[in-house]
Design a protein around this ligand. Structure first.
Ligand code: HEM
Length: 154
């Protein structure tokens, strides 16, 4: 179960990144060209938030099931100095939660905004900040914070 959820969590990161980049591209294009907020724009807004919520669920499952996280909290006072454990136990968790809250608020606010321009601007700002946070908190093989593979096999 744990290894399957971890592999799903690893793969889903690409869907989160792809959907966010596409949503930001459409929001920028819509904002710059003063175009209408189309049915597709609304679908992209909605599905980007939904994909982030699925990744949140997978993240919580991994967090609960992870032997590394269990070990971390079994002796937190002594292990907090271990950066790799603290990265996954605290930093990754807090930054990703912050990003997902921002996507959720941005999606809801964009939905309620009256004009297309306001909708595009809300999506552009909130989704871009969320993308920056997520990019920083992903343990890329090249990251100075923590390293994991680009994709994890099942
Ligand atoms: C958009 C949000 C997120 C993205 C893109 C993301 C991405 C990732 C990636 C790429 C890994 C490495 C997977 C591997 O080892 O191959 C990872 C590990 C992990 N993630 Fe996330 N994550 C997100 C949100 C979360 C959240 C919200 C939580 C907790 C509630 C979480 C908990 C964890 C944990 C505990 C690990 C390490 C598990 C282990 O090695 O035992 N993630 N995450």
């Amino acid at each position: 179960m744990y290894s399957t959820v971890l592999a799903l969590h690893s793969i889903f990161r690409w869907l989160v990144l792809l959907s966010l980049c596409y949503a930001i591209y459409r929001a920028y294009k819509g904002y710059a060209s003063k175009s209408e907020f189309s049915f597709l724009d609304n679908k992209v807004r909605h599905w980007t938030a939904t994909i982030a919520h699925i990744q949140l669920t997978l993240g919580i499952l991994v967090y609960i099931k992870s032997p590394m996280i269990k070990y971390y909290f079994s002796d937190f006072r002594n292990l907090v100095a271990d950066w790799n454990l603290t990265f996954f136990g605290l930093v990754h968790f807090i930054l990703m939660m912050g990003a997902i809250v921002l996507i959720t608020i941005g999606s809801a606010k964009a939905k309620r905004k009256k004009t297309a321009r306001e909708k595009f601007r809300t999506m552009l700002v909130t989704y871009s900040i969320a993308l920056a946070l997520i990019f920083m908190a992903i343990p890329w093989p090249f990251s100075p914070l923590a390293n994991r593979p680009y994709i994890r096999a099942f």
